[in-house]
Design a protein around this ligand. Structure first.
Ligand SMILES: CC(C)(COP(=O)([O-])OP(=O)([O-])OC[C@H]1O[C@@H](n2cnc3c(N)ncnc32)[C@H](O)[C@@H]1OP(=O)([O-])[O-])[C@@H](O)C(=O)NCCC(=O)NCCSC(=O)C[C@@](C)(O)CC(=O)[O-]
Length: 326
């Protein structure tokens, strides 16, 4: 399927202007090619990953996380980062962040011309150990030279943009609910290192809108500006869109999502798929919020990718629009 239906079930979408307090435009940080594919058991060929990224770009996504320069034994699915990145790096008008856990990862990414990198911390000790083989503070120490080197150049155009991810901001599969002050401490530490942006991860999808609001307020109270924040929700309990709306009402305007709802972290038991990009775009359209994304093309891409993976997409919007086409 390629085109959007002109008359979705329930009648055409109302043309609305964003309600007071909602951003007029949201930047979608697409994580399907990285977060989405890192958990797949069967190896996805490099050419398929490259085509996925190209199709996402054609659908209008302008920030597409491409891969990770982590230890290949830790995430075998992304062991082809060196082969993949050159196939996508010249996409015009598209930022292609990549994950780098340490100096070795940064070297590999910079050698291929990456201009956006992301370090990834944990708010809990259990996940820091499971994901990075480090304590929370040892991981921060590992990131320090990475961020410093990314920010080394004196020419502003040469600076590498650094995103800081923070996992387990709401709940942790080993430790349960995560205290807000514990999360705020690591958020501030990442920003103090020099991260340009901070993505708040609900790695196992247990957040609810009230919890999101509480965390965002606590961060503001500690001097963290909302414009540096992004949100990264998984949809385990079906709360990802409600959580996103709570974050938008708070002023957040960067939202992570994964085409077709692919995803999960191999080192977090019970991590399910990410918020599906199509579900996000559907909601934002209804709110009159711009994304620049062509929903028909995006849905076609997710249907195509689901075909490559041999199973249907979990995204409700993908399923609804695909059924309409039949
Ligand atoms: C951080 C390490 C490397 C520590 O793993 P370690 O075993 O402690 O590594 P080490 O520092 O002791 O080094 C051991 C060997 O690995 C090599 N090495 C070291 N680093 C690299 C590298 N970058 N690339 C290639 N090789 C590397 C290094 O050179 C050395 O080689 P040797 O000297 O023995 O020959 C490992 O734990 C790791 O790679 N972890 C990555 C885990 C991961 O990618 N998880 C998924 C992403 S996070 C996520 O999905 C959550 C998120 C972001 O989406 C948000 C959310 O939902 O919450």
């Amino acid at each position: 399927m390629t085109a959007e239906p002109s008359n979705p079930p329930g009648g055409p979408l109302p043309m609305v202007v964003p309600a007071d307090g909602l951003p007029p435009r949201v930047r979608i940080h697409e994580v399907g090619a990285r977060d989405g594919l890192q958990n797949e058991k069967a190896t996805v060929p490099t050419e398929v990953k490259a085509e996925f990224v190209h199709r996402l770009a054609e659908a209008g996504l302008t920030t597409i996380e491409a891969t990770s320069f982590v230890h290949p034994k830790w995430v075998p699915q992304l062991a082809d980062a060196e082969q993949l990145f050159p196939r996508v790096r010249d996409l015009e008008g598209v930022d292609l962040p990549v994950l780098v856990p340490n100096a070795r990862g940064l070297d590999r990414a910079l050698a291929l011309g990456a201009r956006r990198v992301a370090v990834f911390a944990s708010a809990t000790e259990s996940f820091a150990k499971a994901n990075l083989n480090r304590t929370v503070d040892e991981a921060l120490a590992m990131f320090e030279p990475v961020v410093a080197r990314a920010k080394e150049s004196e020419a502003p155009d040469d600076l590498v943009h650094v995103r800081g991810y923070l996992s387990m901001c709401f709940g942790d599969p080993w430790e349960g609910p995560v205290p807000v002050p514990q999360v705020v401490r690591v958020c501030k530490a990442l920003l103090d290192l020099g991260c340009d942006e901070l993505s708040l991860g609900d790695t196992i999808g247990v957040a609810t809108p009230g919890h999101v609001e509480t965390l965002l307020r606590a961060l503001n109270d500690e001097g963290v500006p909302t414009n540096l924040l992004a949100v990264h929700f998984h949809d385990t309990y079906g709360q990802a869109l409600a959580n996103t709306l709570a974050a938008l009402r708070h002023g957040v305007s960067t939202v992570d999502a994964s085409a077709g709802g692919l995803g999960g972290c191999p080192y977090a038991k019970s991590a399910t798929g990410n918020l599906a990009t199509e579900d996000l775009v559907w909601m934002l359209r209804g709110l009159g919020i711009e994304t620049g994304v062509d929903l028909g093309r995006l849905t076609a891409t997710s249907v195509w990718m689901a075909g490559q993976l041999g199973r249907p997409s979990p995204s409700r919007t993908v399923r609804a629009l695909s059924h309409q086409e039949q």
